[in-house]
Design a protein around this ligand. Structure first.
Ligand code: SF4
Ligand code: SF4
Length: 387
């Protein structure tokens, strides 16, 4: 692997150009009652250090708000396993954040919905695994979860919340998109994120068993478009967002709007990351237990390493599009090439684009059933824990 110490040191000082972390993601915990085979949590989450306490989280929120953060998400793992969630939501609201809860709905009930409402929570996003209970059970490793999610989605709407439903799409549920959107419509969603699986964390481990074919993808896009027209003709205001999988794109996404640009994630143990996947990169991220957030965001080496374009290699370095997509995703570059500073292989101009084509071929030849995917749980995670 290339050593990027020199590259990073050669970067222009960017502190003066760096804006505030407008978006804060508070990953309260890696604990979760589900075991989704595409979970983006780190493979070695079982080795994570002790979670931040309530007081430590309040301090994080206070520091972030003072830096100019305005929008925040509570996620995990499953954030509802934290019994202090309502306290943290109330504190975030008091500080002036717009607050989102990103949840599986496991751990939710009518009383908690009310308590979160009283605490000032603005918005709830619930994940669904499928419309078919058997598929949902196999993906999440739980027989009971699906019914619970449906009941809680109805309760959230009954409590008057704006509700986003998030459905991660992959080759085992994408052909059921018609029924999935119909279910979201019936549940009264205000918006639906049809998010093709991002291949990080556990999803990368299961990549060949999750990646859909191009034909599946095109059919799903056509279904989404038909539904958009149908909803519009009915005057029904349910937004459908279809997120194309990176592995079928011609250019990479501008990951997180650029490294250390607007997104800041605080992991359960206080590590501060430019995105929720970055923990798997071969670098050590600072912790709020050791340094103030402001110093981490503006001055720390990891946050400055991929800011601007001084770190880029060819073909990005001389490419006219480098400010539009910032060379793509550092995690994807690392996962596919072993070099986090490489051009994201998703880009057709990348010398490593053949790795994406090979992954698509590998997936086409993979006959794994849903039940044969590796589920995300503590037992499996221990295999990846460093000693
Ligand atoms: S993706 Fe599934 S397993 Fe991972 S945190 Fe979300 S609900 Fe839990
Ligand atoms: S070469 Fe780099 S900057 Fe140019 S389009 Fe591809 S990823 Fe973007």
């Amino acid at each position: 692997m290339t050593d990027h110490t020199d590259t990073a040191a050669a970067n222009q000082p960017l502190k003066g150009h760096t804006g505030a972390p407008l978006w804060l993601l508070a990953e309260l915990t890696y604990r979760c009652p589900l075991q989704c085979a595409y979970c983006s949590n780190p493979l070695d989450f079982a080795s994570a250090k002790e979670e931040l306490t309530t007081d430590e989280w309040v301090d994080v929120l206070t520091q972030a708000r003072a830096m100019g953060s305005v929008q925040m998400g509570f996620s995990g793992g499953e954030p509802l396993v934290r019994q202090d969630l309502e306290i943290l939501v109330a504190e975030a609201r008091r500080l002036g954040f717009y607050t989102n809860l990103i949840t599986s709905a496991l751990g939710l009930d009518e009383a908690r919905i009310l308590a979160l409402r009283e605490a000032g929570l603005d918005h709830i996003q619930i994940s669904l695994q499928a419309s078919d209970p058997d598929v949902a059970a196999a993906v999440a490793g739980s027989r009971k979860a699906h019914e619970k999610k449906l009941a809680m989605a109805r309760a959230v709407k009954a409590a008057g919340y704006p509700m986003v439903l998030n459905v991660v799409l992959h080759r085992h549920n994408i052909d059921q998109l018609e029924a999935i959107i119909a279910l979201c419509d019936e549940l009264g969603a205000d918006a639906v994120e049809l998010a093709n699986c991002q291949l990080y964390g556990w999803a990368h481990l299961n990549r060949a068993g999750l990646l859909p074919s191009r034909a599946q993808l095109e059919a799903a896009e056509a279904t989404t478009q038909r539904w958009r027209e149908k909803l519009a003709s009915q005057g029904r205001d349910m937004r459908l967002l279809f997120v194309v999988p990176d592995y079928y794109a011609e250019r990479p996404k501008a990951c997180m709007g650029g490294w250390g640009s607007i997104f800041m994630t605080v992991a359960p143990d206080g590590s501060v990351l430019p995105c929720h996947s970055a923990r798997m990169l071969p670098m050590t991220f600072p912790s709020v237990r050791e340094q103030p957030l402001r110093e981490i965001w503006y001055d720390s080496e990891p946050f400055n390493r991929y800011r601007g374009d001084g770190w880029m290699q060819e073909p990005c370095r001389s490419c006219d599009e480098r400010h539009r997509d910032v060379g793509g995703c550092r995690c994807q570059a690392y996962l596919l090439t072993g070099d986090p500073a490489a051009t994201d292989p998703v880009c057709e101009l990348s010398p490593n684009h053949h790795l994406i084509e090979a992954a698509r071929r590998e997936a086409a030849d993979d006959g794994r059933t849903l039940e044969e995917l590796t589920l995300r749980n503590v037992h499996e995670s221990r295999v990846f824990c460093r000693t």
